[in-house]
Design a binder for this molecule. Structure first.
Ligand code: PFF
Length: 453
């Protein structure tokens, strides 16, 4: 049954703008900062392979499901779920899934903004030549000097939150759409430029074999949970970003084709980021498994040694900051859309207040690197807890519930209509993945990580 609603927030001007926006959401720190370092910590190729499987078997079907929810509901995730549940005669408790997303969004953006702030800071310090001929020690000291300083971190975190609020406050067509129209082409240009450059300057073959030669000896249940969490994080799933972007999608656009392209771009960018970073890591004899500091501490040593590294390095951090910016916008949007709908606030007011609250939470992450460094309940500081709870717990839980909702609770007729498919192989494959593979996959990995199977 076709249900036609209109979003009060507006609509993307075209399918292509949606592709830019959704790719902008998906491509972020997750691809350029997190994917390379967790790949590095987990032995390279085997992790990459597991990650691909998670994207195709679990991420993609759920991403399609989220877009279906958004476009059918045409509202913020909370209200879209509520409306569809009412259409389908289901419990209104399904809106709690939207609430989980709001909560996850607060948590994610609070630490995301702090890390994105580091990238903005590094545009200036790398551009100023701070790392020219720096040793690993100098580079590590430089990073430590930044993270040790609460005022410096606070400044960059504040600037980044301001940039995010600035765009979201201007609305779907006036803010989000304008931002992605300019920033996404710039992002791709920078990325291709970087890969072209590092292919020549670094050890490209070592990077290729590192990323694609699988060694399963280091793979544990935790590795699989990490790959799954990374797939959710990277595709922006489980918290409503894709639902809300789907709610602005023109009615006649094919969801499977469009989302297929977005997922492909996201995975492609993660691999390209690996191909931009690891040639330098290996070419300059650095350590691939150096953790969250990989691009800040390790890569900057390479920038300091290579020809034109001051400029190329600064551009690399522009790339990272731009990627983070378009993602941060998509984390704030579902929260703001909901505030506008529920409290009838102006978009401007909703953006400033939600952004302000997230900023406050982010101060906790800022302080966890310095003043609160010793406050580590159960071995994790405030930043680590924010990251762990949101990416490894809330996003997979949200994704699991989305899969159950679209796979088991929405009628076959509703999803068929919304996907615009005939009842053939493609629909059958999607439905099988979203009903069985995705929920079971998430569930088993969860149990496994808790030590229960
Ligand atoms: N996908 C973004 C990244 O890879 O950096 C992060 C993100 C955006 C996560 C939006 C979750 C989200 F809802």
């Amino acid at each position: 049954m076709a249900i036609v609603r209109e979003s009060i927030h507006g609509q993307w001007s075209s399918r292509w703008v949606f592709i830019l926006a959704a790719t902008g959401s998906a491509v972020g720190l997750g691809n350029i900062w997190r994917f390379p370092y967790i790949t590095g910590e987990n032995g390279g190729g085997a992790f990459v392979l597991i990650y691909f499987v998670c994207v195709i078997a679990v991420g993609l079907p759920i991403m399609i499901g989220e877009t279906v929810i958004g476009r059918r509901g045409r509202q913020s995730p909370v209200n879209s779920l509520k409306a569809i549940a009412a259409d389908e005669g289901l419990s209104s408790n399904w809106q709690l899934l939207g609430w989980l997303g709001v909560l996850a969004g607060f948590l994610i953006l609070s630490f995301y903004s702090v890390v994105a702030g580091w990238s903005v800071a590094y545009i200036f310090s790398v551009g100023a030549g701070t790392f020219t001929d720096a040793t690993s020690q100098v580079s590590a000291d430089e990073f430590k000097a930044l993270t040790d300083s609460a005022p410096r971190l606070l400044w960059w975190h504040s600037l980044f939150m301001f940039m995010t609020v600035f765009v979201v406050a201007r609305g779907v067509q006036g803010g989000l759409e304008q931002a992605v129209r300019w920033l996404m082409p710039a992002l791709f240009l920078l990325l291709f430029g970087m890969v072209g450059y590092t292919m020549n300057v670094g050890d490209f073959n070592a990077a290729l074999s590192y990323l694609f030669r699988a060694d399963f000896s280091q793979v544990t249940a935790d590795t699989i949970l990490l790959a799954l969490g990374q797939a959710f994080f990277s595709l922006s799933l489980g918290m409503g970003s894709i639902i809300v972007y789907g709610s602005y999608l023109p009615a006649n656009t094919s969801i499977p084709r469009t989302i297929g392209l977005v997922a492909l771009c996201d995975t492609g960018v993660a691999v390209l980021a690996g191909l931009a970073i690891f040639p330098l890591v290996f070419g300059f004899g650095l350590e691939p498994g150096s953790g969250p500091g990989l691009v800040f501490v390790t890569l900057t040593v390479a920038f300091g040694q290579m020809p034109g590294g001051q400029l190329v390095g600064a551009l690399f951090f522009v790339l990272l900051a731009v990627a983070g910016w378009t993602s941060a916008i998509s984390i704030l949007e579902p929260i703001v859309a909901w505030l506008v709908e529920a409290l009838r606030w102006s978009r401007h007011k909703a953006s400033v207040i939600a952004g302000g609250a997230i900023w406050v939470l982010g101060v906790g992450s800022v302080l966890s690197f310095n003043e609160w460094a010793d406050f580590q309940p159960f071995g994790k500081n405030f930043f680590d807890w924010s990251e762990f709870l949101s990416t490894s717990v809330m996003l997979p839980t949200g994704g699991l519930l989305v899969a159950v909702f679209v796979g088991w609770r929405m009628s076959r007729a509703s999803t068929l209509t919304e996907l615009g498919l005939s009842d053939g192989v493609i629909y059958g494959a999607w439905r099988f993945l979203v009903r069985f593979v995705a929920p079971l996959g998430v569930f088993v990995v969860f149990l496994n990580a808790l030590g229960l199977v």
